[in-house]
Design a protein around this ligand. Structure first.
Ligand code: SF4
Length: 736
């Protein structure tokens, strides 16, 4: 049976256009027979295309896959090799900019540790096999021929969107499972839940460019929150005339904190208390009356004295934050990692959102935004709760087969979750991967992926920019390794086995995408050009008619628990994400290993940040090696002492400490996730990432030194960089 016998509505689902509602009416049933676009003639490069001029680069548009923001990129290709990546000006997400992780995408592509052939576990070790053999093994475990219907299967991925998500969903349906764990340690999942609960939309558009003051509770929007590139471009507008003011509340200074006018190191877990204290001050000293009724009683209980005691911040600083918010408007209040990373993370983010309602920001700096009209294509941004959920399912031996793609739970999961033991209970594990990481090393079947620069795809950014766009990913060069395959092509091969009626008509994933774009339902395209595909390839963007949400402010009753002391483990562990290694997925890229941390300037290592007074109390000096111990284990790192961390906290960056993942990652530094207590936010189930208590003590190990670019914190009296006092800055630059 061929595709032309598939019902029209089913066809739209297969193509990813399901959920477009009324717009489906105008869609013609397409032909799927003319797929010759998917076939290419291979010619020797001795006779290149006429537009190929030796020594002259040609730029092609595609989509960055280094994080889930789906920024548009341009790749410079010369003599058949991609040499340089830049931002695509046509993308509304990144407007022509690309971050260092995006730039380093080249090193994922040319990485010497790529998997180049399928591998299957034989006699306990992974052994190279042919694709035919690999697919035959997979078919035996899951295929229609084996009669193993009812196999208990699950998918574990990172954030997914676009046609990749459509194909995963179709394959899951064919296996009779809905289980899909979307694991992202660095996420804004609690913020999204609170937005949905209090504003009626989960991804409102945040207008930094319209704000006069931004108050951020732990949202490192210039580094790791949402889309760093998108927010950096919006931030530049926020800081241009008239210059907006930024207040950052967090226990460890992030890239955003380093740019703030007022940096407030609240005691970990007290971000919500501070939000209530600022609300109290706005009511008491600035006459703000627009307090949701359900919050009034709660806010009244958080006077300056109590809030100062609980947060460790001075009364003066709390007053100043409230004054800055009231003095200029409109403002924008955000809440991210450190605010959400506790058992009461949801309450803290709700308290921050209440400030937006009180200050009248909803509708001004928080807009409803609009999403692509196809439910199937929208971004599934995921979260850390899915790591805990997956570990729980493994504990109950819930699966016979698990597929992994873009996630490495053996590395990211805390040791306390016993992820490796749990995976041992899964009969058959399939990894679709470019590299051998900690999870791939446990797989029974490894299917080698083409790099993101060799592959086709479509992606939808979780970031609301005001434009509804589908980003197009196209290969920038031929595959380096002939035995690797694109993700879509692998999925198509799997779907052809299980649902040949629907998918046998497509020669390859390119042909599938080509047909999908050609048959996008009428009324959903923004530009009615005769060949949208050519335009999409040229611009890297498919503009579609967005579906607008509607803001509907409402309050959510909360209570705010106190943060208790722990005598055995007196410090709070801050496993901090960085623009660079991120959650560890970029540790195998030398450029990012060599790039110094933006704050401490440490290169290619792990370190533990301590406040000078804490270090003095513990008798620890700069560069000493220390053991950081929680109830779940211990890690060792050298100490970096400085004032950009709260006195009750110790911070160790995420991303290092790999036990696999290639020559550049293996054996470098330590992984703080290993000693994290896997407690969860009581409302959302997200991992309470900043709630682990630890003790710190000198280990006595003095064999290595911490390598830092720059070496010295001072100008040694040479006045190389002019500095002014905060008071003078305030008077002359209007910083507060
Ligand atoms: S923010 Fe993410 S998608 Fe955008 S350039 Fe950086 S790594 Fe790529």
């Amino acid at each position: 049976m061929s595709l032309d016998k598939v019902k029209r509505r089913d066809f739209l689902k297969i193509m990813g256009w399901g959920g477009a509602g009324a717009t489906l009416v105008g869609c013609d049933m397409p032909t799927t027979r003319t797929l010759e676009e998917g076939k290419e003639e291979v010619v020797s490069y001795l006779a290149p295309e006429e537009y190929v001029i030796p020594g002259i680069g040609v730029w092609y548009a595609s989509t960055c896959q280094q994080c889930s923001a789906a920024c548009g990129l341009h790749g410079r290709v010369r003599e058949g090799r991609v040499l340089k990546l830049e931002g695509n000006p046509d993308s509304s997400v990144n407007a022509g900019k690309l971050c260092q992780m995006g730039q380093a995408g080249l090193q994922g592509h040319y990485n010497p540790d790529r998997i180049t052939k399928p591998m299957a576990r034989k006699g306990g070790t992974l052994t190279e096999v042919s694709w035919d053999e690999a697919l035959a093994i997979l078919d035996k475990k899951t295929g229609t021929k084996s009669g193993l219907e009812g196999t208990r299967a699950a998918w574990v991925t990172g954030a997914v969107s676009g046609h990749q998500a459509v194909m995963i969903d179709a394959y899951k349906a064919s296996l009779g499972t809905k289980d899909h764990y979307v694991q992202e340690v660095v996420n804004d999942a609690v913020w999204r839940t609170v937005c949905k609960d209090m504003l009626g939309v989960s991804s409102p558009r945040l207008r930094l460019d319209k704000a006069a003051v931004v108050l951020s509770f732990g949202a490192d929007f210039l580094g790791t929150w949402g889309s760093p590139v998108h927010f950096a471009t919006e931030y530049s507008k926020f800081r241009s005339s008239p210059r907006g003011s930024l207040i950052q509340v967090e226990p460890k200074m992030t890239l955003t904190g380093a740019n703030a006018d007022l940096w407030l190191p609240a005691r970990p877990g007290t971000e919500g208390v501070l939000a209530l204290g600022i609300a109290n001050e706005l009511m008491a000293a600035h006459g703000v009356t627009n307090v949701p009724a359900q919050f009034k009683g709660l806010v009244k209980g958080y006077g300056l004295k109590r809030v100062s005691e609980e947060t460790g911040l001075s009364v003066e600083h709390i007053r100043r934050a409230a004054k800055m918010l009231k003095k200029s408007g409109p403002s924008l209040v955000l809440a991210g990692a450190s605010a959400q990373g506790h058992e009461h993370g949801y309450q803290s983010v709700v308290a921050a959102m209440m400030l937006n309602i009180m200050l009248g920001n909803v509708g001004k700096t928080i807009e409803a935004g609009s999403e692509v009209p196809f439910n199937q294509m929208r971004a599934n941004a995921g979260g850390s709760g899915d790591i805990i959920g997956f570990a729980g399912a493994l504990d109950k031996s819930a699966y016979d087969v698990v597929f992994f793609y873009g996630a490495n739970p053996v590395y990211t999961a805390p040791d306390a979750l016993k992820m490796s033991d749990g995976l041992g209970k899964v009969g058959f594990k399939v990894a679709l991967s470019q590299f051998e990481d900690e999870t791939t090393a446990m797989a029974d079947l490894v299917l080698p992926l083409a790099s993101a620069l060799e592959d086709w795809g479509t992606h939808v950014s979780p970031i609301q920019t005001g434009e509804s766009e589908i980003s197009v990913q196209q290969p920038l060069m031929e595959k380096l390794y002939s035995e690797t395959r694109g993700f879509g092509d692998i999925m198509l091969a799997l779907l052809k086995v299980r649902k040949s009626n629907a998918y046998s008509g497509f020669d390859d994933y390119y042909a599938y995408l080509r047909n999908a774009v050609k048959n996008m339902p009428a009324g959903t395209k923004k530009k009615s050009l005769s060949d949208d595909w050519a335009l999409a390839l040229q611009t890297g963007v498919l503009a579609v008619q967005g579906q607008s949400g509607r803001l509907n402010s409402r309050s959510v009753p909360i209570s705010m628990p106190e943060v208790s002391d722990d005598q055995a483990y007196p410090l709070h562990l801050i496993p901090s994400a960085r623009l660079g290694l991120w959650d560890g997925r970029h540790a195998n890229l030398p450029w990012l290993q060599e790039a110094p941390d933006q704050i401490t300037k440490v290169v290619g290592d792990s370190w533990a940040e301590l406040h000078p007074s804490t270090a003095a109390r513990l008798g620890i000096k700069q560069g000493d090696a220390v053991n950081i111990t929680s109830a779940h284990g211990s890690i060792e790192a050298r100490v970096y002492i400085y004032k950009g961390i709260q006195k009750d906290a110790v911070s160790v960056p995420m991303g290092q400490g790999h036990e696999a993942y290639g020559r550049y990652a293996k054996g470098v530094g330590v992984n703080p996730m290993k000693i994290v207590n896997p407690a969860v936010d009581s409302k959302t189930g997200e991992m309470a990432l900043f709630a682990t208590r630890v003790s710190v003590s000198a280990s006595g190990n003095s064999s290595d030194e911490l390598i830092r670019l720059g070496g010295s914190e001072t100008q040694v009296g040479r006045k190389l960089v002019a500095t002014i006092s905060a008071d003078v800055f305030e008077r002359t630059e209007g910083g507060a």
